[in-house]
Write a protein that binds this ligand. Structure first.
Ligand SMILES: *[C@@H]1O[C@H](CO)[C@@H](O)[C@H](O)[C@H]1NC(C)=O
Ligand SMILES: *[C@@H]1O[C@H](CO)[C@@H](O)[C@H](O)[C@H]1NC(C)=O
Ligand SMILES: *[C@@H]1O[C@H](CO)[C@@H](O)[C@H](O)[C@H]1NC(C)=O
Ligand SMILES: *[C@@H]1O[C@H](CO)[C@@H](O)[C@H](O)[C@H]1NC(C)=O
Ligand SMILES: *[C@@H]1O[C@H](CO)[C@@H](O)[C@H](O)[C@H]1NC(C)=O
Ligand SMILES: *[C@@H]1O[C@H](CO)[C@@H](O)[C@H](O)[C@H]1NC(C)=O
Ligand SMILES: *[C@@H]1O[C@H](CO)[C@@H](O)[C@H](O)[C@H]1NC(C)=O
Ligand SMILES: *[C@@H]1O[C@H](CO)[C@@H](O)[C@H](O)[C@H]1NC(C)=O
Ligand SMILES: *[C@@H]1O[C@H](CO)[C@@H](O)[C@H](O)[C@H]1NC(C)=O
Ligand SMILES: *[C@@H]1O[C@H](CO)[C@@H](O)[C@H](O)[C@H]1NC(C)=O
Ligand SMILES: *[C@@H]1O[C@H](CO)[C@@H](O)[C@H](O)[C@H]1NC(C)=O
Ligand SMILES: *[C@@H]1O[C@H](CO)[C@@H](O)[C@H](O)[C@H]1NC(C)=O
Length: 839
């Protein structure tokens, strides 16, 4: 439903306002979020979702939570019985990267029953076990209790927060350690700390990024004396500590400050990791504190003064823990209710999965606006784009559906990255560019924005000319080193594919491997430019050029190669045009030979974290081409079936995301419906192991959300594939500006909860029979247009037990999902659509 507001409050707007107000008063969707999904250890074959279960606001920079002693622990936390090493201020969500973790900076640690000689301030000496079953979290809040009965709680704003320790009454002393040097990676490269009698600790530290070779500098500010409550200081003693020798860092000297002066520590930047244990120790007068010590913190990437300013402006002087917590909760409530369901009616597990997924999909990217250390700009600055390779497929399309205003800020940050570096950022995290995994996958993100929201670019303050130039520059120019941003465009443009045995004569360098999978991704990136060129009314020449480049994936197609009885596979190619053979099962889960499949220089198969068996399905811009190249619909269906039954599917990694939906392109949505049920119930759940791989900055969460809603996004397009929803009804609310909101309901007629199993019985009503939009029949049972969906009042998806094999996607023109080759995305239509050995 489109609710317009042009200076006059329309009746429908008023009704919407009233109904939204009512929902807000009643709803408690945050109570349905399970923050511990995906926190199982990734060690010893565990699922390793690497989810972050601490306190944060949506897209918050501050992500406060406990860190544990055992790795892997990319987000600091693991649901096991390992001990706590600290409670720290920033974390990533679900990423890979360094197995010890990213961020985890400037932790606090509470101690009892010790003194300034004996307190175990060092990392290994102080760590302590959690009391069983005491970890608990809800959006905006985290708590845990140590075996010695110290309770910790935390809540946060965007760049600040509160950490509260409740000490046991029996304790003879209450101490808190402020740790300067230990981030999760133990990668301290230097820093500065000061502590004064006013209870303020200021910190600056340089640490290594999680996915890359660079370092970053972060700042924090802690206050331990609440301004309104400092007539007599609750701090009875304070001081600094540091290891006396870096070669034996367990010998730690604690120096009390006895004369009301300021203590400081300074470690100059070194190119090697400095193993020093260093920080501050404070003792609190438990008569004055009542055994409750609260720390207010701020974080910054600019200066420790700015970290203090952030704490003062965002938390204020009241240190109102419950108030901050409630504000964070209500921010989450507002995000979650953009997808509305009747929680009393729908399946409980589906509801928990849905809201937990929406939560994780909107934790990152992190809003570091005002904290950009590298250039001055009035544009937003976002971090934890870790990586666009992971997030372009599902996270950004989900934001486009429920959060265009937040998404516009993120898109502007991508554009601003190009404006100041020449290229769209790919994997910025810890404020530094990470490694490029495949293509420059910010391209499909910007292409998607232009395609969906060009008509609202004014309201959303996105400069579309800059957006387009960012796309063209990233599509055309080759950076001197395409390891961290950009693409190997010289080779791509010269050959129409990425040659295997070739050096760029211009001297540009980068990791030359992953030629086949990069070519497929570059094609999807160029499709983003094509779609933006058309949406933004750029030149016909550009539209034609990028349309043809979108098809260059066929240049990697070895049409004669046969494997498992199926013919035609993506392969690497030499400059002379000859294909370089690698087994199509290489790097699949059942690869009989061990291959390097990631970014190692020894990756000699041409594919990144995927196999030829899988990547050969990856051309969402022209799947009809893939169906044709694989031998037509029947063979294609057998091949998708074989991919699953033989074990080539890898649920826990991004290149697999779209394959369960591939049957749609062979006119068999019934097979997709069955396959998606199998994938969801076979791989996802509400337990700590409920994510099949790393959550990857919410990529898995957004994927599951789409599966449950019965929708799947096609990159850089307004096309959403339609599946069989896991809910009988849901509403979507999409706010483009403070006065323009689209609100629609998707109702599943004849919904059958008997289909909510891994392998639904044949007589259950699993299959889409028809789709109507506001009572009018829609032309396809396989896809719906983004705006047709959002700009309606009600979409009815009728389901039944008839698989409808004869009808497939429908009998009307345009019923099949769109493909470039068959004119699906409009003119221009590509010219070269055949692989080299079929020309
Ligand atoms: C939400 O639900 C939880 C769990 O049922 C409850 O503890 C909490 O008080 C509720 N919050 C609100 C604001 O209704
Ligand atoms: C933690 O320890 C408890 C009690 O010893 C045990 O029941 C539980 O399974 C352990 N949890 C993990 C994740 O190891
Ligand atoms: C500090 O604690 C240690 C260990 O309990 C004890 O031996 C020492 O006497 C204490 N020092 C003071 C000054 O109380
Ligand atoms: C508490 O200390 C702050 C500075 O740390 C000062 O501005 C404030 O006036 C003090 N408040 C009281 C009540 O003394
Ligand atoms: C703690 O505060 C009380 C009340 O102001 C005071 O009497 C006592 O001396 C303080 N203790 C220490 C160790 O500072
Ligand atoms: C206070 O102590 C510090 C170090 O312990 C010392 O450097 C400083 O000179 C002392 N200040 C005064 C005024 O005594
Ligand atoms: C740390 O970062 C700075 C600035 O990017 C760079 O000059 C320096 O070489 C880096 N050092 C290390 C050890 O990474
Ligand atoms: C990011 O932070 C800025 C500055 O506070 C704010 O204006 C903007 O709304 C935030 N955007 C998101 C998506 O959080
Ligand atoms: C699109 O561009 C053409 C020429 O570049 C121009 O004539 C036409 O008015 C433009 N259309 C729109 C809708 O801006
Ligand atoms: C193409 O180049 C590769 C690698 O140098 C070589 O092995 C192959 O024999 C060449 N093919 C032809 C037809 O020359
Ligand atoms: C559904 O029917 C097909 C053949 O008609 C059969 O092969 C399959 O096992 C049945 N599936 C279930 C879950 O009963
Ligand atoms: C929504 O529908 C209205 C009425 O048909 C139309 O004027 C408007 O352009 C549509 N908006 C979008 C974004 O498609």
């Amino acid at each position: 439903m489109y609710v317009g507001y042009g200076g006059r409050m329309g009746v429908s707007w008023l009704l919407l306002f009233l109904s939204v107000a009512k929902v807000q008063a009643d709803s408690n969707l945050t109570s349905l979020v399970n923050l511990f999904i995906g926190t199982a250890s990734g060690a010893n074959g565990g699922s390793g979702g690497n989810s972050f279960p601490g306190a944060a606001i949506p897209h918050g920079m501050a992500k406060v939570g406990i860190d544990v002693s055992t790795a892997p622990r990319q987000a600091g936390y693991i649901s096991d019985n390992s001990s706590i090493t600290g409670i720290s201020l920033m974390h990533d969500e679900g990423t890979g990267g360094n197995t010890n973790g990213g961020y985890g900076i400037f932790p606090l640690f509470p101690l009892i029953n010790c003194n300034f000689t004996s307190c175990p301030v060092g990392l290994s000496a102080r760590q302590a076990l959690r009391a069983a079953g005491t970890d608990a979290a809800s959006p905006g809040y985290f708590t845990s209790t140590f075996v010695n009965d110290i309770k910790l709680e935390t809540t946060s704003t965007r760049r600040a927060g509160l950490i509260r320790f409740t000490f046991p009454p029996s304790a003879t002393s209450n101490h808190v350690v402020v740790d300067l040097s230990n981030d999760l990676q133990r990668s301290f490269h230097g820093g500065v700390m000061s502590i004064g009698p006013n209870g303020r600790v200021q910190l600056q530290g340089t640490f290594l990024q999680s996915y890359g070779l660079d370092n970053y500098t972060a700042y924090a500010c802690y206050d331990f004396i609440q301004p309104s409550n400092n007539k007599s200081s609750p701090i009875s003693t304070y001081g600094t500590y540091k290891s006396t020798s870096t070669s034996s860092p367990n010998t730690i000297t604690i120096s009390p400050i006895t004369n009301s002066s300021t203590g400081s520590l300074s470690f100059p930047f070194t190119s090697n990791t400095n193993p020093t244990q260093a920080g501050a120790l404070l003792q609190f007068n438990n008569t004055l504190t009542g055994g409750v010590v609260t720390a207010r913190f701020g974080v910054s990437m600019i200066s420790s003064q700015q970290a203090c300013d952030n704490a003062e402006s965002e938390i204020g002087d009241e240190w109102n823990f419950d108030g901050i917590r409630e504000t964070s909760r209500s921010m989450w409530e507002e995000v979650l209710e953009r997808v509305g369901v009747d929680t009393s009616k729908e399946d409980k597990t589906v509801v928990e999965l849905l809201y937990s997924s929406l939560y994780r999909a909107t934790l990152v990217p992190a809003n570091l606006t005002g904290e950009n250390p590298y250039w001055v700009s009035s544009d937003p600055f976002f971090d934890a784009l870790f990586c666009s390779w992971d997030t372009f497929r599902t996270v950004h399309p989900l934001l486009s559906l429920i959060a265009p205003r937040e998404w516009a800020d993120i898109v502007r940050s991508y554009i601003d990255g190009w404006r100041h570096t020449g290229f769209i950022p790919e994997c910025r995290a810890n404020t530094k560019d990470g490694f490029v995994q495949g293509g420059s996958d910010g391209m499909p993100i910007l292409g998607d924005f232009a395609t969906k929201y060009h008509q609202f670019s004014g309201e959303l303050a996105v400069p579309t000319d800059d957006l387009y130039q960012a796309l063209v520059d990233t599509a055309e120019n080759t950076p001197p080193d395409w390891t961290r941003v950009g693409r190997e465009n010289t080779g791509w443009k010269t050959f129409g594919y990425i040659p295997t045995d070739w050096d760029d004569p211009s001297g540009s360098v980068g990791l030359p491997t992953r030629e086949a999978s990069r070519a497929f991704e570059y094609s999807v990136g160029d499709f983003g430019v094509r779609q933006a060129a058309i949406a933004l009314n750029k030149s016909v020449d550009d539209a034609e050029k990028y349309t043809n480049r979108s098809m260059n994936f066929v240049n990697m197609w070895d049409a004669g190669l046969v494997d498992d009885g199926f013919q035609g596979f993506a392969q690497r190619r030499f400059t002379n045009g000859t294909f370089a053979f690698s087994p199509p099962n290489a790097c699949s889960p059942i690869d009989p030979v061990s291959h390097s499949c990631a970014r190692g220089t020894d990756n000699n198969v041409g594919f990144y974290e995927s196999s030829s068996w899988e990547m050969s399905f990856f051309a969402p811009q022209s799947m009809s081409t893939i169906v044709r190249l694989m031998g037509g619909e029947d063979t294609f269906i057998q091949r998708v079936d074989h991919y699953f039954s033989k074990g080539y599917f890898q649920a826990g990694n991004e290149p697999s995301f779209a394959v369960p939906w591939a049957y749609h392109y062979a006119n068999r949505p019934d097979l997709t419906a069955r396959r998606v049920r199998g994938v969801v119930y076979g791989n996802f759940g509400t337990g700590i192991g409920g994510i099949p791989g790393n959550d990857d900055s919410g990529a898995m969460a957004a994927l599951l959300t789409f599966h449950l809603l019965g929708l799947y996004p096609v990159p850089s397009s307004t096309q959403l594939l339609i599946g069989s929803p896991f809910l009988s009804s849901y509403s979507i609310k999409t706010s483009v500006s403070s006065t323009q909101t689209f609100a629609t309901t998707v109702r599943v007629a004849n919904f059958d909860s008997g289909t909510l199993v891994q392998n639904p019985a044949n007589n259950t009503r699993l299959y889409v029979q028809s789709v109507t939009i506001d009572g009018n029949p829609w032309k396809s049972r396989c896809w719906i247009d983004f705006w047709a969906l959002l700009n309606s009042t009600e979409v009815v998806i009728e389901v039944g037990s008839d698989p409808g094999v004869d009808v497939g996607c429908g009998t009307d023109e345009g019923a099949l999902p769109l493909s470039l080759e068959t004119g699906g995305f409009g003119a221009p239509i590509p010219t070269g659509v055949n692989p080299p050995n079929e020309r």
